[in-house]
Ligand binder design. Sequence first.
Ligand code: GLP
Length: 240
Amino acid sequence: MKVIVGNEKEISQLIADEFVKVVKAKPTAVLGLATGTSPLMVYADMAKAYKDGEVSYKDCKSFNLDEYVGLEGTHDQSYRYFMTENLFKHIDIKLENTHVLLGVGDYKAYMNQYDKEIDEAGGIDIQILGIGSDGHIAFNEPGTPFDSLTHETELTEQTIKDNSRLFNDISEVPTRAVTMGLASIMKAKKIVLIATGKNKAKAVYGLIKGPITEDMPCSILQKHPDCTVYVDEEAYSLVK
Ligand code: GLP
């Protein structure tokens, strides 16, 4: 596991550069995408690279990590909506090649075929991850088995509290989600994780220094052959 420390602007640009590098080398690359506030600047930089004519994503496919159960893709807190607003509509990826888990309707059927669809697309070439303050990645909360594939899960109180800042009221935060599993994520050929702010310091310690345990889901990344962690000083403070 490699660790790179810098301010949010610097590390976001470095991650966007990694995506651009992968897509330039393989225009049909399969991109693993994440939501949350952490990747926002990365997506802006990826869009800028497209607008500047440096890269085209027109032959790429994408798979997102997770979605809230109960939210339509048109809901402004759904992850489908987030991706459209913050990345897809700013680049030339074809919408039919973007995959986000469903949170309504026959979402379980889609969830059950998600890993197979990723495999059939050739697997994820580069996966971006954020991290929850409790050490979750995607929505794999503490206690999730390391061999998990895409599944439905209950969110912890901590995650509901953390994510309530984006809703009008905590009572509106969904309590369940569908998420790629830890084994699904570990299959990605290359992983980049971004963490900023003091609120992430404990999780980042577990990620880099902690024992590999299902109580700290992100710790499994220590076993990935090509994982780089991008952190700011605050998120890195306990490791230092
Ligand atoms: C959610 C998402 C995660 C994300 C985490 C941190 O729980 N499911 O994928 O990493 O939030 O979000 P933020 O980047 O906003 O701190």
